[in-house]
Design a protein around this ligand. Structure first.
Ligand code: NAD
Length: 532
């Protein structure tokens, strides 16, 4: 090992490429899209660096062109889950001892590759597999992914430099050990960058991981991420790529004695299930597993009567409908004073004209398709429910078709019941429900919004009146881990708005921030005495 304390550059966000229609960047992105669209690949498990084809397979279809199959992926069963545990623990012997600057060099290299030659592959695979527009793909699979890798390096450097004080005759030192065991990283379908970060953050800190991607066509971009890490030099077995049937492989992995932590992003019921399994098995672990989970949301927009109408309309449109409402932070319930509703409705409906639905291959598409048939059925179930309800009506959109792709129109529901089903439950699709309140009942509405949902992820207040903003900031303190003033509740940027929520939105360890990195280490303090 070399004698070195390397300097790490302050973290700076990756610049987002804007892709004007005639730009070379856009043309080369779409050329990559078409190359991938016309190709067919087989996605293996990768355990200990070895590709495994189990023969139990599922297909990756393109959500906005749902007869188009772009890949077939193999699924692990219990046997491969056991192999992955063994391989991870084996890799741990060398990886956990490797000097940190050597370790993080791999992720710095991955960030550089993602920023350059791999950018199109990452973005095109995310457009194809998750139906993101070029804009939504760029902020996710390029910019945020790069930010996660770079900020991780910076955070580790900061963390390792944090040392206890010493006296004249003692020297106290603190090391940040990787956890003793392996990490189970379980990722959702909606953000390629989150998927990349779930196994990578623990790995940067010296841990080994088993990465189970979402059983959906998101596996397509996730495999590109895995290949990127391989190209950047990640040693075999440090991250094992293990798509599989959740309950089957989860059962083996969650009960394993060497499970040291879970890094999860997905729905609340899934995390609760995993938490429960771990609780039931608590006597059998070598160490208390760290449970880090970022889960669902039912995010609100509350307008005060002094709200700027244009800003509010834009915030509702983008907050609710970008990426088909499939962001965990998406606005899905709005509380609007009756006095501004007519003007707001006019501005919002005008803005909504730009929310075109279609293939993300078209430059002007605002919304692609939702991820799969299951999501389509679930979301349209809520729309049908609203159509049949006496206390709600659909005032915008409401149509859908799964014939060519899983397309759902951006839908706005107006209800006079503040506890209407779609005001309370996470839908995870392009559906916004609006409730109108008497202009002078602002404070009551803040309390109502606070107690209406089990979640506490994001929320936004729109007001020009500073007292109203301050009141909302105070009353809504526990309703959102990320609170926004006069801007939509989506679009958190690594390093700028550390992201995560409490209540049933997760453990709020703030992905990409120090709180999160601290969960993947176990500090060890050494005191040495120099006797006179
Ligand atoms: P999901 O819960 O259906 O799946 C998440 C992952 O868990 C997938 O890999 C899935 O295969 C796996 N899984 C399911 N059951 C399991 C089990 N019993 N054992 C082990 N693994 C299991 O979620 P999703 O549909 O992929 O993602 C959407 C959800 O994610 C929404 O609720 C959204 O709010 C949430 N989300 C939250 C954040 C955040 O930062 N808070 C970010 C993105 C998404």
């Amino acid at each position: 090992m070399e004698n070195i304390i390397p300097k790490v550059r302050e973290f700076k966000n990756e610049e987002v490429v804007t892709y004007s229609k005639d730009s070379l960047e856009y043309k080369s992105l779409m050329a990559e899209y078409e190359r991938m669209e016309n190709d067919f690949i087989e996605i293996p498990l990768v355990i200990g660096g070895e590709k495994i084809y189990t023969g139990i397979t599922k297909e990756c279809t393109v959500p906005h062109d749902n007869k188009k199959i772009i890949a077939k992926y193999h699924l692990a069963s219990k046997k491969e889950a056991r192999m992955a545990i063994e391989s991870a623990l084996n890799a741990r012997k060398k990886w956990s001892k490797l000097a940190w600057d050597e370790r993080v060099s791999i992720f710095m290299r991955a960030a550089t590759l993602a920023s350059g030659p791999w950018r199109n592959r990452l973005n095109a695979s995310t457009m194809l597999g998750q139906s993101k527009t070029y804009k939504q793909a760029e902020i996710d699979s390029a910019a945020e992914l790069i930010d996660f890798f770079k900020s991780g390096v910076y955070l580790l450097c900061k963390m390792y430099s944090e040392q206890p004080i010493s006296t004249e005759t003692t020297w106290n030192r603190q090391s940040y050990r990787p956890l003793e065991g392996f990490i189970f990283a379980v990722s959702p379908f909606n953000f390629t960058s989150i998927c990349a970060n779930l196994p990578s953050a623990p790995a940067m800190a010296g841990n080994v991981a088993i990465w189970k991607p979402s059983t959906s066509s998101a596996i397509y971009s996730n495999y590109v991420v895995y290949q990127l890490l391989e190209e950047a030099g990640l040693p075999a077995g440090v991250i094992n790529f293990v798509p599989g049937n959740s309950s089957e492989i989860g059962d083996v992995i969650l009960k394993d004695r060497n499970l040291a932590g879970i890094h999860f992003t997905g729905s609340t019921p899934t995390f609760q299930k995993m938490f429960k399994t771990i609780g039931e098995n608590i006597e059998n672990y070598k160490t208390f597993p760290r449970l880090v989970g970022e889960t669902g949301g039912k995010n609100y927009v509350i307008a005060h009567k002094t709200a700027d109408i244009k800003l509010l309309a834009r915030g509702l449109r983008d907050g609710a409908f970008e990426y088909q409402g499939q962001k965990c932070s998406a606005a899905s319930r709005a509380y609007i004073p009756k006095g501004i509703w007519d003007n707001l409705k006019e501005a919002l409906f005008e803005d909504m004209k730009k929310v075109t639905v279609g293939s993300v291959k078209e430059y002007d598409t605002f919304m692609g398709a939702v991820i799969d048939q299951k999501a389509f059925d679930n979301i349209t179930g809520y729309i049908k429910y609203a159509k049949d309800a006496d206390d709600a009506k659909i005032i915008y959109g409401g149509n859908f078709s799964d014939e060519k792709g899983y397309f759902i129109e951006p839908t706005i529901i107006l209800t006079d019941n503040p506890k209407f089903k779609t005001m309370e439950e996470e839908i995870f699709g392009p559906v916004l429900t609006v409730y109108l309140y008497e202009d002078d009942k602002f404070e009551e509405i803040l309390y109502l919004a606070d107690e209406t949902s089990i979640y506490g992820l994001t929320g936004a207040i729109y007001a020009e009146d500073r007292y109203a903003i301050a009141k909302a900031n105070d009353i809504l303190e526990n309703s959102a881990g990320n609170f926004y003033i006069n801007i939509r509740p989506t679009g958190a940027v690594v390093g700028q708005q550390p992201f995560g929520g409490a209540r049933l939105s997760g453990t709020n360890d703030k992905a990409g921030a120090m709180n999160n990195m601290m969960r993947w280490v176990s500090p060890r303090v050494v005191k040495e005495e120099f006797t006179k």
